[in-house]
Design a binder for this molecule. Structure first.
Ligand code: R5P
Length: 261
């Protein structure tokens, strides 16, 4: 692996413990003004000090994030659908690699939709993006298993993650499931876990803890942080679970203490 690619990956996944807390705020690319992100800058800025990297779209980066922030960026570069459509899988590449480089990103992110009507198209898009990324030393993060109705079980998620890795993705993002260690074991690149829909803070901390315990390289979490009653306290709690090996109960106690205090 060349220096640039490796250096960018180390900026995303901390080489000290091989873990990351990626803050995901890219939801608007198909969900519009998602709850908590109506005014992105107000929500995102206070969280930046606690995230290892930030996953977002070009439009939000350009308009809402000051260039003075030095946080490593993971740029969402796929899209083309919206929540008004039943089928979210009809995505294409929506940002050129040259523009991603101009925006000084550490990685680009694209979704693949395994088992969908547009499975082939999204895998080929991933492959094309990886070829471009390899040319310039930009890692590609493959997002798997986004969609409404699907069995997010170990068999399906292992299939998705392995296909992403075989295609050449440097990092794979997926969902946590029972027997998650099998997903990680059969995926030769780091796996990060999405938070999914908002659940209680305690449940989200349990999810982060279990994911890391069973081999995840961290989380790429959005709604369970920015929709929390106290997003700053929540990202700190998530960080302590991922990086400091703190139990979810201890982290939750800290969260409550911060919230009350
Ligand atoms: C979904 O396609 C987006 O990439 C989100 O970034 C991802 O789902 C993670 O966010 P959340 O933790 O809210 O599920």
């Amino acid at each position: 692996m060349d220096f640039g690619m490796q250096n960018r990956l180390f900026r995303i996944i901390n080489p000290k413990d091989n873990k990351t807390v990626m803050l995901a705020v890219d939801h608007g690319y198909f969900m519009g003004p998602t709850g908590g992100l109506e005014e992105p800058k107000k929500t995102i800025e206070p969280l930046l000090a606690y995230a290892d990297s930030l996953m977002l779209t070009r439009g939000i980066l350009r308009t809402q994030i000051a260039p003075s922030f030095s946080i490593p960026l993971v740029l969402r570069v796929s899209g083309g659908t919206s929540i008004l459509k039943d089928d979210l899988s009809d995505e294409d590449i929506t940002v050129s690699m040259e523009d991603a480089i101009r925006l000084n990103v550490c990685a680009v992110a694209i979704s693949i939709f395994i088992g969908s009507d547009h499975e082939r198209q999204t895998i080929v898009n991933l492959a094309k993006l990886i070829d471009k990324g390899n040319k310039y030393g930009i890692p590609v993060l493959a997002v798997t298993a986004v969609g409404r109705e699907m069995a997010r079980d170990v068999r399906y998620l292992s299939l998705c993650c392995r296909i992403a890795a075989e295609t050449g993705a440097s990092i794979v993002k997926t969902y946590y499931c029972e027997d998650f260690e099998k997903v990680v074991k059969t995926c030769p690149v780091p796996v990060v876990v999405a938070g999914g829909k908002k659940v209680s803070e305690k449940e989200a901390l349990n999810l982060a803890y279990n994911a890391v315990k069973h081999g995840a390289s961290g989380v790429d979490m959005g709604r369970n942080i920015f929709q929390s009653v106290n997003p700053v306290a929540m990202i700190k709690a998530v960080k302590s679970v991922v990086h400091d090996d703190i139990t979810p109960d201890e982290a939750y106690d800290k969260f409550i203490a911060k919230f009350i205090g």
